[in-house]
Design a binder for this molecule. Structure first.
Ligand code: COA
Length: 258
């Protein structure tokens, strides 16, 4: 599929996805939401990891497209939220790791996209927030659920109820982003993490991610049971034999994803 508002380039098994509406600070209109949902459910097969960023130097994504939100009715608003949530679910459930490279404003739906990614790296210039209440609405693409799970209820409520932005240093301090880099290093550092992940057994990476993600939605006991089951599934793969044998033979493992 050709995308109007995304640029997708796969290089060395890493898909660089750039959300590209720079004249609107990459705001997520319905078309962009549909494109992101499609992309993350049909990521090119050769991609073993993805990095998501925003076009230009100013914004990752400055939120849902406010011009479109202004046209909502109670009925269409519910659909808008459902489509935004589906987009974030597609990112979160993508079989390969997705790293957000937050290169500027990540507001509203933009922060919700970053929250759905598996790891968040930010530029020193990033500003992150859920300013929906300043517009009289509430976060609708999963922010009320993912933010408190990441930074705790108190900090999430402070951000959501005030609508205030935090800068990159504060985002790092509260665990909202994993690391912060000078703007020029952000993409290369995100790629380095993707490369590091790609050294590992792809099925192990996939199931470890699934154990963490699904486990967080379960009781501790059910999560441990899931971990045990996935540990069993992974140990039946050729990659496990290769990984263990390579260690014993003191050589680098060559994983095939089987
Ligand atoms: N939806 C639609 N358009 C948006 C947008 C959004 N979420 N965010 C920015 N834009 C547009 C602006 O309308 C402007 O378009 P124009 O040049 O056609 O007027 C363009 O992007 C540049 O934005 P501008 O506001 O001029 O940049 P700024 O540097 O002065 O301010 C922000 C940057 C991010 C602080 C400001 O754009 C902003 O507050 N955006 C809305 C953030 C928000 O509330 N998001 C949550 C939505 S639920």
């Amino acid at each position: 599929m050709d995308y109007e508002n995304l640029r997708v380039a796969v290089e060395d098994r890493i898909a660089l996805v750039t959300i590209h509406r720079p004249e609107k600070l990459n705001a997520l209109n319905a078309a962009t939401i549909a494109e992101l949902t499609h992309l993350f459910t049909h990521l090119p097969g050769e991609a073993g990891a993805a990095v998501v960023t925003g076009a230009g130097e100013k914004a990752f994504v400055a939120g849902a497209d406010i011009a479109e939100l202004a046209e909502m009715t109670a009925v269409t608003a519910k659909e808008v939220s459902a489509r935004g949530q589906a987009m974030c679910a597609a990112i979160e459930e993508c079989p390969v790791p997705v790293i957000a490279a937050v290169n500027g404003f990540a507001l509203g739906g933009g922060l919700e996209v970053a929250l759905a990614c598996h790891v968040r790296y930010a530029s020193e210039t990033a500003k992150l927030g859920l300013p929906e209440v300043t517009l009289g609405i509430i976060p609708g693409y999963g922010g009320t659920q993912r933010l408190p799970r990441l930074v705790g209820e108190g900090r999430a409520l402070e951000m959501i109820l005030s609508g205030s932005m935090v800068d990159a240093a504060e985002a790092y301090r509260i665990g909202l982003v994993n690391r912060v880099f000078p703007p020029n290093d952000l993409l290369s550092e995100a790629r380095k993490l993707a490369e590091r992940i790609l050294w590992n057994g792809p099925l192990a990476v996939r199931y470890a991610k699934e154990a963490v993600h699904r486990g967080l939605g379960m009781s501790r006991e059910a999560g441990l049971h899931l971990e045990e089951s996935l540990f069993g599934v992974v140990s039946a793969t050729q990659d496990v034999k290769e990984g263990l044998t390579a260690f014993l033979e003191k050589r680098k493992a060559t994983f095939t994803g089987r």
